[in-house]
Design a protein around this ligand. Structure first.
Ligand code: KIV
Length: 312
């Protein structure tokens, strides 16, 4: 309970008066959803931010129960759920569809929706319309856009329209073909300095946070120190203000490859495969379903049924 109170946004604490324990519990259940302001405040308080991707109702429920404060409905859904080779084929409709599921499962976390490839690059008007759809139809509290200084005017317009935006620098998966695949960005000094300038441009444009993907640790540390908004690292070392990881990587559900920047906290694919094998063996051996999973006619009804069968 202490843990829940500690993680409850400041403004709802006043509503949590523990008199009747059941009312107290239900007050916590009604906790207001975190906003981008809460996430920015975590950096100001020196609290590290643990963010994860989520794509469906059940996983969102689990992550909310674990008090993960930020859930990204990422276009990685294309790779880890749909089995595509890149994030490029993912559509806005799909991100909206998955965002709705996550919004039904998670009631506390800030939901961040990824704007897919070419839903914001063509023109600012497109970007604003699509960001608004993701927020109003998908139920997210913020959107994420990949790119540096060139995206600053778009970010500024979206933010001014009332839609919080998270930037994404370093390796930007929607540019995988141009970047030659997933590789560390900002390795040489001038590219590293340029990354700092890009981060400052996104902050000036009004972004509330920036994902730093595949960036050298020292560069990520410098960026994190030089801007006031949180950095969320993925393959960017330990000095970012928070970390963001892909659900299926962290819990061992995606086994095509394991990125170096992830750590397996669970080997779910191995465990599920073993469990499925036990299930298949039990079905083959008529050991499942058993008496606990079975309902049948009452003995007297069985007798009537059998006698009716004889005349049928
Ligand atoms: O789409 C996604 O999951 C992402 C993360 C890799 C940060 O952008």
């Amino acid at each position: 309970m202490q843990e829940l109170l500690a993680l409850t946004p400041m403004r709802c604490r006043a509503t949590l008066q523990p008199r009747d324990p059941r009312r107290h519990q239900s007050a916590i259940m009604k906790t207001i959803r975190l906003t981008t302001r809460d996430i920015v405040a975590m950096k100001a308080r020196g609290e590290r931010i643990a963010a994860l991707t989520a794509y469906d109702y059940t996983s969102a429920q689990m992550l909310d129960a674990a008090a993960v404060p930020l859930l990204l409905i990422g276009d990685t859904v294309g790779m880890v759920v749909q089995g595509e080779a890149t994030t490029l084929p993912v559509t806005l409709e799909q991100v909206i569809y998955h965002s709705k599921m996550v919004a039904r499962g998670a009631h506390r976390a800030l939901l961040l929706g990824d704007l897919p490839f070419m839903t914001y690059q063509v023109c600012v008007e497109d970007a604003m319309r699509n960001a608004a759809r993701l927020m109003t139809e998908g139920g997210v509290g913020a959107v994420k856009i990949e790119g540096g200084i060139e995206m600053a005017p778009t970010i500024e317009r979206i933010v001014k329209a009332g839609i919080p935006v998270c930037g994404h620098l370093g390796f930007t998966p929607q540019s995988t073909h141009a970047l030659g695949g997933p590789r560390i960005q900002g390795r040489d000094p001038s590219a590293a300095v340029s990354l700092i300038a890009q981060a400052k441009a996104l902050e000036a444009a009004g972004a509330f946070a920036i994902v730093l993907e595949l960036v050298p640790a020292l560069v990520a540390a410098e960026i994190s120190q030089r801007i006031s908004i949180p950095t969320l690292g993925i393959g960017a070392g330990p000095h970012c203000d928070g970390e963001i990881q892909v659900f299926h990587d962290l819990f061992g559900l995606y086994t095509d490859f394991q990125p170096r920047h992830t750590r397996r906290y669970l080997d779910a694919a191995r465990d599920i495969t073993a469990a499925a094998r036990r299930y298949a063996t039990d079905v083959a051996a008529r050991a499942f379903p058993g008496p606990e999973q079975t309902s049948d006619l009452a003995p007297e009804v069985q007798a009537q049924f059998r006698s009716l069968l004889q005349t049928a």
